[in-house]
Design a protein around this ligand. Structure first.
Ligand code: N01
Length: 532
């Protein structure tokens, strides 16, 4: 078999893979991106559901590593829609002339570390074999879709879609009865659009969630120019804020304000829109009292907006706000005032099976023509675990992480027994708690500098030490335990899949602090790692 040799193989052509490729090529290394889809874009290639948008302000949802590149692009709206983000990533691929080194329609199925040659052998679903010194994962945190194993789904006579694998052609809901399962970010955005067309729309809701107002709007020419002129400020926010983005904050604990002042601050955020309900007070995610103030504010808003008292009550979330990803929507709660929109709580009336004409619940069947699964992802670890990755001594990543139940990494970047394997925004890094392009740039820059170090010193492999993994896991746990996050079952903990807590696999200390730690590790000659 013809084995293709590269310095580095990068998995995935989303934000992460594109920037990694650019950096390694600038360094003079031969690198190839292998991408399963037939276009670049990563999650933004697949998530084409109606209304799909990013909830980071678009002016921050861009690469900042190149001032020239940043200044060449103009975002149309405050929150960029999926087609626009896909357009942006295609623009980046063209501007940086990345396409010659991106191989589409190629899924990596297996990667095996070869002890003697000290390199990775990578196999694809196209029957190809690649060999490379470095293997870099840009598979993303939210790319492997979760479709709950409801019995009978094959018997359904209508149409079925998952938000994360939406067809390229428009789906027409006119005159149809639509059931939506799931009300996370994807479900909320989808429902706002589907409700405009469908004859009937029913949400089957397992957990009510907090939905803040987005206040999306087209960016004026002045706003676009302001962003361009503020390039340095935006880049500065990437690496000097906890979330890689400037959000509104009072800089004080909720307890520093009277009840009236708290309400005024929260009203201001509701009116200006966005994710700042989580940042308005410094202790929303850490202090139960502060958290209650903000969560009660949203429950009160629901009561103000939703006319039917029972429906409003069912929509009341009761977990600590921000411990599941805060959702932003546009007049989301308002749709439940429309006669053709229905809400069914699954709490005491769970889904039993899918039948040929709808979804059978404990208390009866909801008949429909279309089922939309907005049921999320096997988050954080799912996409890596799907690849058969074998490190030293035949040890697989599934074994190392006990099928995702006991994740062990160093800085979320590397693993013991898996030399020269780097993860961009891997588990135990800040990743999904940040503006993703910021986290991605930080990781790619760090990996690139690490590779420079190895190449300059003629080192063949770098690998995390077991002890550094244990210490890192403890540091992540200790930080998480100072917050309210571990109190809630969510995709942050893996509990969205089977209800089983698997541990909190995100570094919650903020991207700014995390970057300082990573930089220190590099400055100390990659302490915590071993070399060969
Ligand atoms: O997925 P989710 P998502 N029976 O996991 C329900 C990013 N994103 O695709 O809460 C019934 O949040 C589940 O119920 P519960 C963003 O980071 C960003 O919406 O587990 N219901 C929940 O309601 C986001 O957080 C953007 O009880 C079931 C829903 O399905 C992340 O992606 C847009 C079920 C899943 O919600 C994931 O969002 C879209 C079952 N068996 C996505 N299993 C923006 O930038 C699951 N559910 C705006």
């Amino acid at each position: 078999m013809n084995v293709k040799q590269y310095d580095a193989i990068i998995i995935g052509a989303g934000f992460a893979g594109l920037y990694m490729l650019h950096k390694l090529r600038e360094r003079g290394l031969s690198a190839r991106v292998l991408e399963a889809a037939d276009g670049v874009g990563g999650v933004w290639y697949w998530s084409r559901y109606p209304g799909a948008k990013c909830d980071s302000d678009s002016i921050y949802y861009s690469f900042t590593f190149s001032e020239e590149l940043y200044k060449k692009w103009r975002w149309k709206d405050r929150y960029a829609s999926q087609p626009e983000i896909l357009q942006y990533l295609n623009f980046v691929a063209d501007e940086l002339n990345l396409r010659p080194d991106i191989q589409l329609k190629t899924r990596v199925t297996k990667a095996k570390f070869q002890e003697e040659a000290k390199q990775w052998e990578i196999s694809t679903d196209q029957g190809e074999i690649f060999e490379a010194k470095y293997l870099i994962s840009g598979v993303g945190c939210l790319s492997t879709t979760n479709i709950p194993p409801f019995e009978g789904s094959e018997s359904f006579k209508g149409e079925q879609y998952h938000t994360g694998r939406w067809p390229h052609d428009k789906v027409d809901f006119t005159g149809k009865r639509v059931v939506v399962i799931g009300n996370g970010s994807s479900g909320v955005q989808t429902m706002q659009e589907v409700a405009k067309e469908a004859k009937e729309m029913t949400l089957l809701m397992r957990t009510p969630h907090y939905v803040a107002e987005a206040r999306n709007h087209p960016l004026s020419k002045e706003e676009q120019e302001q962003a361009i002129n503020n390039y340095k400020g935006i880049r500065e926010a990437f690496f000097n804020t906890p979330g890689g983005i400037r959000l509104y904050t009072t800089g004080k604990s909720a307890t520093a304000f009277s009840a009236k002042e708290q309400k005024e601050k929260l009203e201001h955020i509701w009116e200006t829109g966005g994710l700042s309900l989580g940042s308005v007070f410094t202790d929303v995610s850490a202090n139960k009292e502060a958290n209650f103030v903000v969560s009660q504010f949203v429950r009160d808003k629901i009561d103000e907006i939703v006319e039917d008292r029972d429906t409003a009550q069912l929509l009341h979330p009761n977990y600590y706000i921000t411990t599941k990803r805060l959702i932003i929507g546009t007049n989301f709660y308002e749709i439940f005032n429309e006669d053709h929109v229905h809400l069914v709580s699954l709490k005491d009336n769970p889904i039993e099976r899918i039948v040929e004409n709808g979804v059978q619940l404990k208390n009866g069947t909801v008949e429909c023509d279309v089922i939309i699964y907005a049921t999320g992802y096997e988050a954080m670890t799912g996409s890596l675990l799907k690849i058969d990755i074998e490190g030293r001594n035949g040890k697989t990543i599934q074994e190392k992480w006990e099928d995702g139940r006991n994740v062990k990494t160093y800085l979320g970047l590397m693993m013991e027994s898996f030399p020269n394997l780097f993860m961009i925004t891997g588990p135990q890094s800040p990743s999904v708690l940040t503006n993703m392009p910021a986290a991605i740039e930080q990781h790619v820059d760090w990996i690139d500098q690490c590779i420079e170090y190895l190449e300059e010193k003629g080192i063949q492999t770098i690998e995390a030490q077991k002890e550094s993994e244990l210490e890192w896991a403890k540091q992540c746990d200790d930080l998480a335990n100072q917050t309210l996050y571990p109190y809630t079952n969510s995709w942050y903990t893996g509990a969205n899949i089977d209800g089983e807590q698997r541990g909190f696999v995100i570094y919650v200390g903020g991207l700014n602090n995390y970057k300082a730690i990573c930089d220190q590790v590099a400055a100390n000659d990659y302490e915590g790692c071993t070399f060969e």
